[in-house]
Ligand binder design. Sequence first.
Ligand SMILES: [Cu+2]
Length: 123
Amino acid sequence: MNRSLALLVLIPLAGACSSGDDNKTSVDTSPTTAPSVTVVAAETADITIADFMFTAAEVHIKAGGSVTWTNGDDQAHTATSSGNFDAGAIDPSQSSTVEFPVAGTFTYVCSFHPFMNGTVVVE
Ligand SMILES: [Cu+2]
């Protein structure tokens, strides 16, 4: 009798412990009102590298923010601004994030493919 009671208690606990995966549900945070026409620089920007291009080619962020480059091509690229910053070699499907503490306009290239260029404007 005691044993069956213990099993009844343990089964739900084991079930709760085995669900270790984080099922993150996305919450829709989009505003219901019309967006403001004032463009404010974001804290961060995401740049996709694809077909040997940086998209967006120019991004605006606030000082103290960061930019993340994600390489969608099948070979490595960099985001290099001589004397300013270097995201390093970014392998395919990898990302690299650079923080920008100081305002300024920084042009950069891919050091492997110097015809690839972009601009980070830090406001
Ligand atoms: Cu490149």
